[in-house]
Every structure is written in C-alpha cells, then in structure tokens.
Design a protein around this ligand. Structure first.
Ligand code: HEM
Length: 178
C-alpha cells in the first residue's frame, strides 16, 4: 500500500485524538514499519488494518466511525492533491464510473508500484451499480470511500444497498441517482 494512504491515516489520527495519543496507538499496533511513512514508499496494507484495529481498542470510537471519518479526510486530500480528477465531474456516480478506467489508471502511472482494486459499473435508469474486487480485503475501505464520494457531491445520490463478501475482497454497491 502506498505511503500516501498510511501517512494520511496517521495525520487523521493526530487530528482526531491528538499527536500523543496517535503515537501511542502506532506504538501499540506493532506495525513493522514503525509508523513513519514516506508518501511515495510502499508498505504492507495490513498496517492500515493494524492501525485501525488498534485505534478502535485505544479510543472510544468504533471501526465504522473511524473508517468513515478517515475516508472523508482522504477524499478531501484527493481533492486537494489530485484536483484534475475532479474537474468537470458533477456527481458521485460520474466520479465512481471513472475510478477504474481513468483515475486509478493515472494513479498507476504516477506510482507504478501502487496496488489498485478493480471496479466495474453499470447504469440502469436511475440505478447505478458498482462492483469492487481486490486481492486485498479492503471492501470496507471501498464502502467508506463510496460514502465519502456521495457526501462530497452533496448527498444528491443515495447508497440504497451494499453487499460485502465474507473475505472482504469483493463488494457490490447500489446507488440511486438523484
Ligand atoms: C481522486 C481520486 C482518487 C485517487 C487520487 C485515488 C488514489 C488511490 C491510491 C494512491 C491508492 C493506493 C494504492 C496502493 O495502496 O498501492 C488507492 C487505493 C484505493 N482506492 Fe483510490 N483513488 C481515488 C478515488 C477513489 C474512489 C472514489 C474510490 C471509491 C471506491 C477508491 C477506492 C480505492 C480503494 C478501495 C483502494 C484500496 C486498494 C484495494 O482495495 O485493493 N478510490 N486509490
């Protein structure tokens, strides 16, 4: 996993619980990198899961809250650092339909060692369906990023249902268009 994601998780933790508590969570998590992430470095994606799990143990927040707040934070970082992907995009469905054939393609050019999931989408009238597949069990991250994307575009679309595979490596999201 690229360091940009992990360093933003640390940044998010520092903002949410303060730098000292964030450092204690990193220390308690036992991540093998020690938690000092370079944005362009590459780390085991398990470190994200380890940090999140430790944050649940060491704070009063549950996993869903932490993952959603982190994803909202990450989405605003994407907007700040990769504005080009937001230009001319006016809805969540439009953005989600571009992840696989545009956004992540460009991400892969910028960071050839990025490990990206696969997304497929289809539109059927007012219904938009997004399928996630990855060798990594990050479906909950995909779910939270879908929510963040809908929120970013003003909650005009609604995630009406979703289904996450037991192994967390696949998910289906059904979005009602506005
Ligand atoms: C400007 C928009 C976006 C940028 C710049 C971006 C960039 C990235 C980067 C750098 C990674 C890390 C790759 C690695 O760890 O090696 C990543 C992973 C990921 N992205 Fe995006 N992304 C964007 C939008 C989205 C959106 C809208 C979704 C919504 C579902 C999404 C879903 C994911 C997921 C789930 C992963 C984790 C990897 C996995 O599941 O295997 N991304 N993205």
């Amino acid at each position: 996993m690229k360091g940009i994601i992990l360093s933003e998780f640390v940044e998010f933790l520092e903002e949410t619980v303060g730098p000292d508590h964030a450092q204690a969570i990193i220390d308690n998590s036992g991540v093998s990198s020690g938690g000092a992430y370079s944005r362009v470095g590459r780390y085991d994606y398990q470190e994200l899961i380890q940090l999140l799990t430790q944050a649940v143990t060491d704070t009063e927040h549950d996993a869903a809250f932490l993952l959603q707040s982190f994803s909202d934070h990450l989405f605003s970082v994407f907007k700040r650092d990769y504005q080009v992907f937001f230009e001319g995009v006016s809805s969540a469905a439009e953005m989600l339909s571009q992840i696989d054939n545009h956004i992540h393609v460009e991400v892969k050019k910028l960071y050839p060692d990025a490990e990206l999931p696969k997304f497929e989408y289809r539109s059927d009238g007012q219904q938009f369906t997004l399928d996630y597949k990855s060798p990594r069990p990050l479906a909950a991250v995909a779910h939270a990023l879908v929510n963040a994307c809908i929120k970013y575009f003003g909650n005009r679309e609604t995630l009406v249902s979703y289904n996450i595979a037991d192994d967390q490596c696949a998910a289906k999201f059904v979005i009602q268009l506005s």
